[in-house]
Design a protein around this ligand. Sequence first.
Ligand SMILES: Cc1cc2nc3c(=O)[nH]c(=O)nc-3n(C[C@H](O)[C@H](O)[C@H](O)COP(=O)(O)OP(=O)(O)OC[C@H]3O[C@@H](n4cnc5c(N)ncnc54)[C@H](O)[C@@H]3O)c2cc1C
Ligand SMILES: *[C@@H]1O[C@H](CO)[C@@H](O)[C@H](O)[C@H]1NC(C)=O
Ligand SMILES: *[C@@H]1O[C@H](CO)[C@@H](O)[C@H](O)[C@H]1NC(C)=O
Ligand SMILES: *[C@@H]1O[C@H](CO)[C@@H](O)[C@H](O)[C@H]1NC(C)=O
Ligand SMILES: *[C@@H]1O[C@H](CO)[C@@H](O)[C@H](O)[C@H]1NC(C)=O
Ligand SMILES: *[C@@H]1O[C@H](CO)[C@@H](O)[C@H](O)[C@H]1NC(C)=O
Ligand SMILES: *[C@@H]1O[C@H](CO)[C@@H](O)[C@H](O)[C@H]1NC(C)=O
Ligand SMILES: *[C@@H]1O[C@H](CO)[C@@H](O)[C@H](O)[C@H]1NC(C)=O
Ligand SMILES: *[C@@H]1O[C@H](CO)[C@@H](O)[C@H](O)[C@H]1NC(C)=O
Length: 506
Amino acid sequence: MRLVPTLGLVTPLLTTSVLANNNISDACSALFDSLSQRVAYPNSSSYDTCMSYWSARQSVQRPNCVVTPATAQEVSVVLTTLIRHNSSFTFRSGGHTPHENGSNIDEGVTVDLKRLNVIQLSDNKTSVSVGAGLRWGDISEVLDPHGLAVLGGRDADVGVAGLLLGGGFSYFSGRHGWACDNVLGMEVVLASGTIVYASASQHQELFRALKGGGGSSFGVVTRFDLATIKQGDLWTRTLLFAGQAKEAIAAAATTLITKGMNNDLDAHAYFVRTHQPNYGGFINIASFYHATPPPAINATAYATPPVFQTFDEIPGAFSNTSAVANLTAVSKSIETPYGQRQAWSNVAFSAGSATVITELISLWEEAILKIVAQAAARGATYSPFVIYQAISSGQLKASKERGENAMGLSPDHGPMVMMHFLSGWDDKGLDDLILQSTKELVHVAEVKTQKLCAHRKFVYMNYGGEWQDVLQRYGPGNYARLLQTSLRYDPQRNLQRLWKGYYKLY
Ligand SMILES: Cc1cc2nc3c(=O)[nH]c(=O)nc-3n(C[C@H](O)[C@H](O)[C@H](O)COP(=O)(O)OP(=O)(O)OC[C@H]3O[C@@H](n4cnc5c(N)ncnc54)[C@H](O)[C@@H]3O)c2cc1C
Ligand SMILES: *[C@@H]1O[C@H](CO)[C@@H](O)[C@H](O)[C@H]1NC(C)=O
Ligand SMILES: *[C@@H]1O[C@H](CO)[C@@H](O)[C@H](O)[C@H]1NC(C)=O
Ligand SMILES: *[C@@H]1O[C@H](CO)[C@@H](O)[C@H](O)[C@H]1NC(C)=O
Ligand SMILES: *[C@@H]1O[C@H](CO)[C@@H](O)[C@H](O)[C@H]1NC(C)=O
Ligand SMILES: *[C@@H]1O[C@H](CO)[C@@H](O)[C@H](O)[C@H]1NC(C)=O
Ligand SMILES: *[C@@H]1O[C@H](CO)[C@@H](O)[C@H](O)[C@H]1NC(C)=O
Ligand SMILES: *[C@@H]1O[C@H](CO)[C@@H](O)[C@H](O)[C@H]1NC(C)=O
Ligand SMILES: *[C@@H]1O[C@H](CO)[C@@H](O)[C@H](O)[C@H]1NC(C)=O
């Protein structure tokens, strides 16, 4: 080995470092040369429009340019140009990741897929093709008039691609599994620029990896072909309970998750506890959905589906609203204000004991009350939530029937509970405190579930903290398979190196 470089070696090294100093702006210029009207610089209003993200931690980021390709071929040009210039980048669908770098970037290029917005119902209506830049509300608006739905997000504003690539809880998961399990095929742009179709019969390992493994290690999905289901209006009820109903709700939820949902695959629910000074402290929210509406009592009141009846016996409900409406109306009614800084993380455990739920909620209360005090002292807004929901036996069984996904769960793991800690705040000065406290909370919560013999390794990607080892938690066998797939489809590891900010395979 030569220790002293010759002049011949020094020159290219210098050239490379000069190039490297300009690699991102060069990539933007090259993209402008080939796709001019698709490239926006920070001095344009189309750039500003693209900086609308659910979380303020992402909307304050400033990529060197934003590119909005309109076809898979244009995505291929964009991706190969970025790789050729060694420029860091990220892709964005609905922009609902809470943490910075999730789908936006400071030193690099953001590729916003919003122009990939075609929706095409197949002739016999058993499937629908959807562009990767659509939101779930765009799709339900097209499918509702046909009495059809797909397994997708519960909030109309969430993006198609992020939710499907990370798994996807849907109102209909009890009968049909994760949203990703109902994908029939995906059009994918690989790091080489090649466009392939991944499905149960072609590129099977890539297909499996993209169902729950995220996109950033494998390729950019430009179109999803989704199985449709027959679905008319659905029933929903929201109950608000005073703070002290925590134990009674946890007990009723445990019975629901371990028994009721096994017999009624149309049932869906999630349970929220939040601290709201306007309400004088802690309150509980219970949200129920049923894919087969019960009979109406009158114009605004509906019988309670038997699976949820135990909740009607819990004292202290101070609000009780029900509706039977189409999916578009229901998913638009889920409020998701933009503008706050956001963080979330989650833990999973086996269902069966209400004590695990209430003990974890107590740990959450302890953690957030300290922040409530600090936020008040600074005059800052701070909205903490703990949300738990079932990964029901029905969901895991349906998932298995539809073929493998990346997540490594089987019916033997169920039923499970996924508990998700969410914070919204406005003062950047609280970032460190909130993020550190959430990490500690997740740690003590996992110690607690271990102690109570309820621990599950699984972490749900779509509600994962940026620091959580989501892909490792799918288990060593799954992890090895995902890594192998990534190396096969991106042998030079260009996506691993240049696609910043989401869950990575190392
Ligand atoms: C208000 C709200 C409601 C939610 N409701 C639900 C729910 O009901 N069920 C549920 O399971 N989850 C839900 N989530 C979580 C949600 O699934 C995740 O936040 C998801 O990542 C959002 O997808 P997105 O496309 O909007 O996000 P983005 O931030 O745009 O993308 C997420 C990740 O996917 C990557 N990516 C985007 N597009 C592509 C592509 N085409 N190919 C490859 N990679 C890509 C991005 O680079 C990023 O890393 C909700 C989130 C919010 C904020
Ligand atoms: C050039 O690209 C590499 C890889 O993404 C990155 O680490 C480096 O910071 C970039 N250089 C500049 C000047 O942005
Ligand atoms: C905007 O910025 C780009 C890149 O720096 C530049 O080429 C372009 O001329 C600018 N446009 C305007 C209107 O200032
Ligand atoms: C790309 O950037 C990396 C640093 O992230 C650097 O090691 C590598 O040499 C660069 N490659 C080229 C071709 O510039
Ligand atoms: C986002 O990326 C930047 C640049 O790589 C890094 O400094 C920052 O810590 C990242 N933020 C998070 C939350 O990971
Ligand atoms: C619908 O059409 C697809 C091909 O487009 C075919 O594979 C499928 O079997 C058809 N289903 C029904 C129920 O006709
Ligand atoms: C869905 O519900 C909304 C609100 O009630 C209504 O305006 C819309 O027409 C409905 N769509 C269909 C297809 O019935
Ligand atoms: C909510 O209202 C319905 C009627 O719409 C009633 O049957 C039910 O008992 C109420 N539940 C609670 C908890 O108040
Ligand atoms: C509908 O029924 C509910 C529950 O029985 C009752 O509380 C409410 O007053 C009724 N509303 C109307 C408009 O009749």
